[in-house]
Design a protein around this ligand. Structure first.
Ligand code: 5AD
Length: 359
């Protein structure tokens, strides 16, 4: 039987060190449901070969929503002055960490806005959590100085998430007034040099993001050699200048996830929270069937969880345990199970690349 052009594109992307733009475009533009399904099935197969059928769990703790960032799409950006800001106390953070440990989840993702006044406290948080619990710690705190990243690594942090958001310098500049694309690259480079497992990611459907830019975005994720890759749709936040823009397209997001799975087979990829919030129904199972192998449980206690509004979130009920049951159902809906291991990186060949090679 003749293999279709879709098959040939997928073969080439799986093989290539640098996927060719035409192949990426061909797959991103697929709209025949049968062909799209071929893409998802192939991504699902690659996911299973690398990671098996366990869905790795991470617990997110949003411990502060103070932020100096100017990200135009984000409801926590510095211009959203009417937001009520918080920073959880050490006691509150440790109590939440204990709840997470009791659930059996062995990665805590400490997430906050870009608050540059808390460096020492963060060291202490990391040390105290590591003393008491057998858990990996992932930080997701934005752009900081090399010395801060180094201190947090010394304190025991294992991983760091910093999305590039878009690989287009132009679009990045327009969406992040006053922020510097090269500083983002510098941060990603520093984090790798310090030995963190590094996660990067992009937003699909940002205003003015053409298919050509989405191709740049995917190529950048591939070139960066990341341990984790997160791709989610843009969700307009009513308090931002992008309030009236259209949300990102779910089908384009799922195709981008599937293509990333083919191009970056070893990366842990979450069915992320934005995928769960973009439509009326939670679409994370669709992402789990298109190459994703990770779920992130939001374990931020109220009232803080409601104040951490990067985009409007659907209310999930009464916190942790209930959501874990929801995750159990999602896993069984896709014929898989929840995996309570640490989920360390499986990347063996750590090819280090310079920031310029990522762009
Ligand atoms: N829509 C989708 N994703 C968003 N993020 C922030 N705001 C939005 C939004 N409106 C994502 C960014 C950021 C992470 C914390 O949340 O990718 O890195």
């Amino acid at each position: 039987m003749m293999r279709s052009e879709t098959h040939r594109c997928m073969d080439r992307i799986c093989e290539a060190d640098i996927p060719c733009r035409e192949d990426l475009e061909y797959l991103l533009m697929l709209d025949n449901p049968v062909e799209v399904e071929l893409l998802f099935e192939r991504a699902d197969r690659v996911r299973r070969e690398r990671f098996g059928d366990g869905i790795i769990l991470r617990a997110i703790l949003e411990f502060s929503n103070r932020c100096l960032g100017s990200c135009a799409y984000c409801g926590l950006n510095v211009r959203c002055r009417d937001r009520q800001r918080y920073r959880m106390t050490m006691e509150e953070i440790l109590t939440a960490a204990e709840d997470i440990a009791e659930l059996g989840i062995r990665t805590i993702v400490l997430q906050s806005g870009e608050d540059r006044t808390a460096s020492d406290e963060i060291c202490e948080v990391i040390e105290r959590i590591k003393e008491r619990f057998d858990t990996a710690i992932t930080l997701s705190l934005g752009e900081h100085a090399y010395s801060d990243y180094a201190a947090w690594k010394d304190a025991g942090a294992d991983r760091y998430l910093l999305k590039i958001e878009t690989g287009s310098r132009n679009l990045y500049d327009r969406l992040h007034p006053g922020m510097i694309f090269d500083n983002r690259l510098r941060c990603l480079h520093d984090l790798k040099e310090l030995g963190y497992e590094v996660g990067c990611g992009i937003i699909v459907g940002l205003p003015e993001q053409s298919v050509d830019i989405l191709i740049d975005d995917i190529l950048m994720l591939k070139a960066g050699g990341f341990d984790m890759v997160s791709i989610g749709p843009f969700i307009p936040h009513p308090a931002t200048v992008l309030a009236r823009e259209a949300p990102g397209d779910l089908s384009m997001t799922l195709k981008a996830i599937a293509i990333a799975r083919l191009a970056i087979p070893d990366a842990h990829m979450p069915a992320n929270t934005a995928v769960g919030n973009v439509a009326d129904r939670d679409k994370r199972t669709s992402a789990l069937l298109a190459g994703a192998n990770v779920l992130m449980l939001n374990c931020t206690p109220e009232p803080f969880a409601s104040l951490y509004e990067i985009y409007p979130k659907k209310k999930s009920g009464n916190g942790c345990i209930e959501s874990l049951e929801h995750f159990e159902r999602m896993a069984s809906d896709v014929g898989r199970t929840l995996d309570y291991s640490r989920g360390d990186s499986i990347r063996t060949t750590k090819v280090e690349q310079s920031p310029s090679a990522m762009n």
